[in-house]
Structure formats: structure tokens, C-alpha cells
Write a protein that binds this ligand. Structure first.
Ligand code: PXL
Length: 274
């Protein structure tokens, strides 16, 4: 941390992500994670997602206009030109948004670009989602320094069917080859066994991060919070492997202390480590 006129200046972290209105996932989860881990959180919103309780909790998705995304990023990048070196990319939702974000990222140098490759959102039109996947692979994956795919995203990015830890490891290696980034491929509850296993690979080090599963149902916000925790730790100077370890521990505690609601899924609590 550097000093300011009034005290100590925190590391700056930006998330470019969607709003998930109930606060479990997306930009809200990212900001809470940044705050909890002691970084100064900033958000540029890409879209607004509202679950529909009358339609099986499907996602109602509204994109933010490309110019409005560009305006947010212009304000942010101008204010924090000197200190903004670390960004997290969450849900983009459309090829137009991906192009706008890729252009803004190209306006400056970055130390860390953490890509959470949110590929499909329940309720999105599949044809549309396919275009988004292709745009993400073509325009954001090559910029990333750290990628955090879940089981489905790791299959999609690597082209490998993942049934076990060996497959997950092969996928992590393939995604590293494609991107040059450090990769944390998440098995989560999707792989059989009593542990939730993630594979870290950065081209040199291969490490399995393992924690006992807490139930067999995915918790909302776990993926967003994991990538946001990695982002915060990198901004504070951690190595990619240290950041992955700290983030895994943070998310495990957040899942243990999850918050229930009238929705059929619980949300991670970022204050779980307190
Ligand atoms: O968890 C993925 C995700 C990311 N971003 C937004 C979301 C979701 C899932 O609901 O709504 C905005």
C-alpha cells in the first residue's frame, strides 16, 4: 500500500461484470469480496440480471448499452490511470460488450487481467450465447493473465470432456496453451468424490487445490467470489499460486457460512472468514 494525505492507500481492483440483483453473484459478489480482502473496489456494469421467481428462477437479462459501458470505463481509467493495474472480467453477455471491453482494456497496460469466462447464463437465447462464447475466446482469452473456468467452461474452452481430475488437469493445460494465462480449473460439485478439487496450472507449476465438499449443490456466487478473491490477492502482490490458495480458502469459508433465501439455491457469504 502507498500512503495518501489521510492514511494508507489500498490496492485498486476493478470488476467489469453484470449486476445480479439479489446480491449473490456478479458485480455485487465481486465488490463484497474486494472489500473483505482489503482492496478498493470499482465496477463497470455490463448487464443487469434479474431472476424470475415466476419462471423457475430463469434469468432476465438486459445488456448495458455499449456507449454506457465505454463511458464507465473512460471515467474509471481516467480517475485511476496511475494505480489501476488489476481487473477482473465477469459476465459480458454479448459480443458487442466483449468488443467494447476489449477496446478499453487495450487503452492501457495491465499487470493482471483475471478472466472468469462466464459462458452461459440460464435464460439466455442459445444462439446468442454461442456468439458470445466465440467472441470471448477470440477477444478476451488472449488478453487474460489468469483464467478461472468452471467444469462446463473448461470443457467448452478446451474441447475436452471432463469426468475426473485427470481430465480437468488436461483441460487446464490446454487452456494455458491457448491463453498463456495461469489457469484455475474448478471441479466443484460436478466431479464425483468427497472433495471439491480445483487444478492450478501456470505452465510450470501444477497443483491440486482440494477441500472437503460442503454439500452437493452449487452455491451462487462461488465462482464470482473465487475469481474476485484471486484478483484482490494479485493486486496486493501475491503470486498466482498464492492468490489461488487464498481464494480457495476464502470461498470454502464463504460456502460454509452461506446465506439462504426463498430462492432454491443459497448464496456465498463473503464475511465467512471473519
Ligand atoms: O455466476 C455467474 C454469474 C455472473 N454474473 C452475473 C450472474 C451470474 C449468475 O447468476 O447473474 C451477473
Amino acid at each position: 500500500m502507498t500512503s495518501t494525505a489521510t492514511g494508507t492507500r489500498p490496492a485498486i481492483t476493478l470488476t467489469i461484470a453484470g449486476s445480479e440483483a439479489t446480491g449473490g453473484a456478479g458485480a455485487q459478489a465481486d465488490l463484497k469480496t474486494f472489500q473483505e480482502l482489503g482492496t478498493y473496489g470499482i465496477t463497470a456494469l455490463t448487464c443487469i440480471v434479474s431472476f424470475n421467481p415466476k419462471d423457475n428462477w430463469n434469468h432476465r437479462f438486459v445488456p448495458v448499452d455499449a456507449q454506457v459501458i465505454a463511458d464507465q470505463l473512460e471515467a474509471i481509467q481516467t480517475c485511476y490511470a496511475a494505480d489501476l493495474k488489476t481487473v477482473k472480467l465477469g459476465m459480458m453477455g454479448s459480443p458487442a460488450t466483449i468488443n467494447t471491453v476489449a477496446t478499453a482494456l487495450g487503452n492501457q497496460a495491465w499487470d493482471n487481467i483475471v478472466l472468469d469466462p462466464v459462458l452461459i447464463c440460464k435464460g439466455q437465447e442459445p444462439g446468442h450465447a454461442l456468439d458470445t462464447d466465440e467472441a470471448l475466446k477470440a477477444n478476451l482469452l488472449p488478453l487474460a493473465t489468469f483464467v478461472t473456468p468452471n467444469h462446463f467452461e473448461a470443457e467448452s474452452l478446451s474441447g475436452i470432456t471432463i469426468n475426473n481430475v485427470e481430465d480437468l488437469t488436461a483441460a487446464a493445460k490446454k487452456i494455458h496453451e491457448l491463453s498463456g494465462a495461469a489457469v484455475l480449473a474448478k471441479g466443484g460439485v460436478r466431479l464425483a468424490g468427497s472433495d471439491a478439487i480445483d487444478v492450478f496450472y501456470d505452465g510450470e507449476t501444477l497443483e491440486l487445490l482440494s477441500a472437503p465438499k460442503i454439500g452437493e449443490v452449487a452455491v451462487s456466487g462461488a465462482g464470482c467470489s473465487l475469481a474476485a478473491a484471486i484478483t484482490a490477492e494479485l493486486a496486493k502482490g501475491a503470486t498466482p499460486l498464492e492468490a489461488a490458495r487464498t481464494a480457495k480458502a476464502f470461498v470454502t469459508e464463504g460456502i460454509k457460512n452461506r446465506v439462504s433465501s426463498a430462492a432454491p439455491f443459497d448464496a456465498l457469504w463473503q464475511g465467512g472468514t471473519r
